[in-house]
Write a protein of this length. Structure first.
Lengths: 156, 287
């Protein structure tokens, strides 16, 4: 009986956690991507430039510093896949979507702050990882911070 | 001449090096800029990695097993005794005077059993382990441990002789050394290779577990067979050898299917295979 209990504790519980993480993680990711798609369509009319100079289409009447940031955490399923990847090498596909979601979400949040802007210039995207504690028990998440300058034309 | 400027889709157009001439053309992307190659591939990634890992672990398991078997086969019983000379387990003083008697009796039986040529020459030593559970152990170097719970339940010489004979079978088959080597080998390899994150360790455990069980159950049956043969050669009878298993079967802590996950076969299975060995050994006599 003890054997059975320790077996359940050692093998069953991590397995269950990974399965739960798989279900919730993919649900959240699917929903997030759906929302990203919608908002990208909605805010797609604001052009983004990463250059400091910009075409003088009109007189700029206002300019603001705008930023958007997001912190996204991995789930245990993603971490499990990344852990296995560490043995064989190759692209850590389970983390790619994490970074992709982060970047797009940060830019969308930036755009959402200036929905009437005509142009956003000097756009920069910074990524940093947030982890705390020792390697084994670390909390892993990625922060993406996007910032730029929003311009408003006079529209004469 | 047309030059390829960028492989990525352009949404903004540059009309030359002069930024002032630059013109932005609003263009709605037909689809969202999906740069992620991971979208929707988690399932494929999962199965691919799990398959690789399973293959790797099974290969490692057999390589380590083969290496350990090779090394153990080169270690003589004399060397084993020398290596584990200072490996001493804490001894337990028997709680009741009956236990003292039981232990004396068991020690005497061990002395009888070791006279057999089949029993490997090791400095045997019997110790008592203070627990209610019925169990016996073979420790490297020739130490046989029996629990007080077992000593209390077994009152007949044959019954105790079989239990000790079973443990001597482990010494004969070098199961304790092999077990130690395998655990150490697999432990080291997985610590280096697989301790890379949450879940990978328990994944390794599952694989090791599945492989280890069938191996271990097979070893236990072989030790049972050795014990039976030993008892028969010294006492001339086998009646009562399965007594312990009958007790265990009656106590029945686990459902029958759960023994699939145990290091030992189920008592029921052990009784039936004992009967089979006994039949082979002494023919169609009363067992």
């Amino acid at each position: 009986m003890e054997e059975l209990i320790s077996l359940t504790a050692n093998l069953g519980i991590p397995f269950l956690i990974i399965v739960i993480a798989l279900i919730t993680g993919s649900m959240i990711e699917r929903r997030h991507y759906r929302s990203i798609d919608q908002r990208e369509k909605k805010l797609g009319h604001i052009p983004l430039l990463n250059s400091k100079k910009y075409p003088k289409e009109d007189t700029v009447i206002d300019s603001r510093f705008v930023s958007g940031s997001v912190v996204i955490s991995y789930d245990y399923f993603k971490r499990f896949l990344a852990g296995l990847r560490q043995i064989f090498g190759g692209e850590v596909k389970s983390y790619v979507s994490l970074i992709d979601r982060g970047r797009r979400e940060a830019i969308l949040r930036l755009k959402a702050k200036c929905p009437d802007a005509d142009l956003i210039v000097n756009l920069r995207v910074e990524t940093s990882s947030i982890s705390k504690g020792k390697r084994k028990r670390s909390i892993g998440s990625v922060e993406v911070f996007a910032y730029g300058t929003a311009l408003l034309y006079s529209k004469t | 001449m047309e030059r390829r400027f960028c492989t990525q889709k352009r949404e903004t157009f540059f009309n030359g090096p002069n930024y002032n001439l630059m013109k932005i053309v609003h263009k709605r992307p037909e689809a969202t800029a999906d740069v992620s190659s991971a979208r929707g591939t988690a399932g494929k990634e999962f199965w691919q990695l799990v398959l690789y890992a399973v293959v790797l672990l099974i290969a490692l398991y057999f390589i380590i097993g083969f290496m350990v078997d090779f090394v153990v086969s080169r270690i003589s019983f004399e060397t084993e005794a020398k290596i584990f000379k200072h490996y001493k387990l804490p001894e337990v003083t028997p709680r009741t005077p009956e236990n003292v008697n039981h232990l004396k009796k068991a020690a005497a039986i061990l002395e009888t059993l070791r006279t057999s040529k089949k029993v490997p020459p090791l400095p045997y030593h019997l110790i008592l382990i203070d627990t209610e559970e019925s169990n016996a152990f073979a420790f490297p170097g020739g130490t046989v441990g029996i629990t007080t719970g077992l000593v209390e339940k077994l009152n007949d010489e044959i019954k105790i002789a079989f239990v000790i004979g079973h443990e001597l079978g482990h010494f004969h088959n070098r199961d304790h050394l092999v077990g130690l080597g395998r655990a150490a080998g697999f432990g080291i390899v997985s610590a280096i290779l697989l301790d890379t994150g949450f879940g990978t360790k328990s994944f390794r455990n599952i694989i090791e577990f599945v492989l280890q069980r069938s191996y271990s159950q097979d070893r236990e049956k072989k030790a049972d067979q050795f014990g039976l043969e030993l008892v028969y050669s010294l006492y001339g009878k086998v009646k009562g050898t399965d007594h312990l298993f009958k007790i265990l079967h009656e106590e029945k802590k686990m459902p029958e299917w759960a023994y699939m996950f145990s290091t030992h076969p189920s008592p029921k299975e052990r009784i039936s295979s004992l009967e089979k060995y006994a039949l082979e050994l002494i023919g169609n006599k009363d067992i």
